[in-house]
Write a protein that binds this ligand. Structure first.
Ligand SMILES: NC(=O)c1ccc[n+]([C@@H]2O[C@H](COP(=O)([O-])OP(=O)(O)OC[C@H]3O[C@@H](n4cnc5c(N)ncnc54)[C@H](OP(=O)(O)O)[C@@H]3O)[C@@H](O)[C@H]2O)c1
Length: 323
């Protein structure tokens, strides 16, 4: 792998959840001898982009160096100046970018750099941190990941409604890590009322992580006093209204945590870009299914996703699916 790619990917991962509506980009500045001089990630909206942070950290050593960037450097002036200009002015000799910018307003950075004597290489690489942002730009809406914990026979709660806990501690810990990377978490009123969840991102000792997503409840029913009401939450009468408001307010990456009623609605809206299924080694034989209504009358019409990854978390398995 090209020197600087793992460092640029790590710098982008490190700012996930803190940059929307901007993408979580990472940049590594690599010296002529192949040594990584500096790295940078995108600052929160309104702040410098990854390239600028990396250039600042590199100082004079940027002259003659290579910049590895997870996304094509932007070429437009928004709240900050174009990164393509800053890279050329800093004397960067070569730019390697891993993803083309799908945003027509910002694209053109590679062309600008070439026309200013900078060697530019496109090295197509999957950048996990950018996937939700890329989907949001492509579709002009927030990117939705649907998450659920299910028994191996497909139930998310028992006949009596109990669902805590289907999965073990390793899977639940992963959920908390994941929440901290998102702009918002959505649950239906059914879950807010039945489970009285806190919807916070916590460490195993129960303390709050540094980054907390917005907590959003969907539905018209009133949520009684509890964790959510104590911590504060937003409520919207329909999923569409919630997703539209979040998009307008700059969110790009949201996690829908159920229950079946809300999950079914977002699948039917056609906005689910990723599925995270935490599958536990349990059989219930009955209870609440993952999806509440039939989505297809025949197998050929089933919603098809591709396998994005499988990992073991304690006794459970996380299956990641992508559109
Ligand atoms: N295993 C898991 O991963 C998991 C995760 C979460 C929950 N659960 C379990 O699931 C159960 C709750 O699930 P649930 O299906 O009853 O509730 P839910 O999905 O949390 O909430 C359903 C409510 O969401 C609102 N809603 C959904 N779609 C809508 C639409 N298209 N338009 C307007 N409003 C819409 C409605 O609220 P109003 O009726 O208020 O208008 C609806 O009653 C609990 O037993 C919980 O423990 C399991």
């Amino acid at each position: 792998m090209t020197v600087g790619i793992p460092e640029a990917l790590a710098a982008g991962e490190a700012v996930r959840g803190a940059t929307s509506p901007n993408p979580p980009v990472g940049c590594a500045i690599v010296g002529p001898g192949g040594e990584v001089i500096a790295t940078g990630g995108t600052s929160p909206a309104g702040g410098p982009h990854a390239e600028i942070n990396a250039l600042r950290a590199a100082g004079d050593r940027a002259r003659g160096a290579t910049a590895v960037v997870t996304l094509e450097p932007c070429n437009h002036t928004g709240r900050t100046g174009p990164c393509s200009h800053a890279l050329a002015e800093a004397g960067i000799r070569k730019v390697v970018y891993l993803t083309a910018d799908p945003n027509p307003q910002a694209a053109g950075g590679a062309d600008y750099l070439r026309s200013h004597g900078v060697e530019v290489t496109f090295a197509p690489t999957r950048v996990d941190a950018l996937q939700p942002w890329l989907a949001s730009v492509r579709h002009g809406r927030v990117s939705v990941t649907a998450k659920f914990a299910a028994t191996v026979d497909g139930f998310t709660a028992a006949v009596d409604g109990t669902s805590q806990w289907i999965t073990g501690s390793a899977a639940r810990e992963h959920v908390h890590e994941d929440r901290a990377l998102r702009d918002a978490i959505l649950v239906g009123t059914g879950t807010a009322i039945a489970d009285n969840p806190s919807l916070t991102a916590r460490y195993p000792d129960g303390t709050l992580r540094e980054r907390q997503p917005r907590r959003v409840v969907v539905g018209k029913r009133k949520v009684p006093e509890g964790n959510l009401t104590r911590l504060g939450f937003e409520q919207y009468p329909t999923p569409q209204e919630a997703l539209d408001t979040l998009w307008e307010q700059g969110a790009r990456d949201v996690l829908v945590e159920g229950g079946a009623g809300l999950l079914t609605s977002v699948v039917e809206l056609g906005v689910v870009d990723r599925i995270q299924a935490y599958v536990a080694p349990l059989l219930l034989g009955g209870g609440r299914p993952v999806v509440q209504r039939a989505l297809a009358g025949t197998l050929a019409d089933a919603r098809r996703y591709t396998l994005g990854g499988v990992r073991t978390l304690g006794d459970d398995v996380l299956i990641e699916l992508e559109r």
